[in-house]
Design a protein around this ligand. Structure first.
Ligand SMILES: Cc1cc2nc3c(=O)[nH]c(=O)nc-3n(C[C@H](O)[C@H](O)[C@H](O)COP(=O)(O)O)c2cc1C
Length: 222
């Protein structure tokens, strides 16, 4: 079982968010998962230009590292999004990455996986950024088991104080992958999104035939 954490902080190894996500992964590893964390700023992530080319064949016109990150997400059973709060939202690095997931979202390429969200902030916005990242997980068809946010007020000790809760979240993610986890509110949101994306899949069936057939097999197109 593999769990991948994606850190949107440019602080890389000095990142407070990375440290908190690390505790989540340690909890997951204790419960038996193989874990990995990547820092988005180590990768070439080009902003989406809304050219819509990816809807033709799933391939972005930008030759960068996003496809390899998406492959790593496909290869994982669990995905943790981790971002610092920047002006009340995820970091720009994280948002640029999220925008590049449009095709992955439309075709529900990660559906059925489980995830969680991590955020750190100086003072405020942590809960909202956790909620937003969980919302993106739901867009991807990934069910979230929850999230953790820490307001540090400038002191890294605040993250250490959250270690136990972060480890519990990691264990919960492993348990969901192993035994399943359902949440009627998320199930409804994911089903509603899928109903909406279905029209895109049907419209593009002549050139995204494999995806169309997968949707039929999954029972998402009746
Ligand atoms: C550009 C920028 C914007 C920020 N915006 C906020 C904010 O809106 N609210 C807040 O409480 N902290 C804000 N912070 C502080 C960070 O959220 C906080 O230091 C965070 O823990 C950094 O995590 P990192 O070390 O993983 O990058 C901001 C920091 C930066 C650099």
């Amino acid at each position: 079982m593999k769990i991948l954490a994606i850190n949107g902080s440019p602080h890389t190894t000095r990142s407070t968010t990375r440290k908190l996500a690390g505790f989540v992964l340690e909890g997951a590893a204790e419960a038996g998962a193989e874990t990995e964390i990547i820092d988005l700023c180590d990768f070439r992530v080009t902003p989406c230009t809304a050219c819509d080319a990816c809807s033709l064949n799933g391939i972005c016109v930008n030759d960068d590292d996003v496809p390899s990150i998406i492959e790593r997400m496909k290869d994982a059973d669990g995905i943790a999004f981790a971002s610092p709060v920047y002006i009340d939202n995820v970091s720009g690095q994280m948002k640029i990455f999220f925008d590049r997931l449009a095709d992955t979202i439309h075709y529900q390429l990660l559906a059925g996986k489980y995830g969680c969200a991590v955020a750190t902030t100086h003072t405020s916005g942590g809960e909202n950024v956790v909620a937003y990242q969980n919302h993106v997980l739901n867009y991807l068809g990934v069910i979230s088991v929850g999230g953790i946010s820490v307001a540090t007020y400038g002191s890294i000790e605040a993250v250490d104080a959250a270690e136990v809760s972060a480890r519990v979240l990691g264990k919960k993610l492993v348990d969901a992958i192993r035994n399943g986890f359902s949440d009627p509110i998320q199930d409804e949101e994911i089903a509603g999104n899928r109903e909406f994306f279905k029209d895109i899949v049907i419209e593009n069936r002549d050139f995204r035939t494999e995806e169309y057939e997968r949707w039929v097999r999954m029972g998402w197109i009746g």
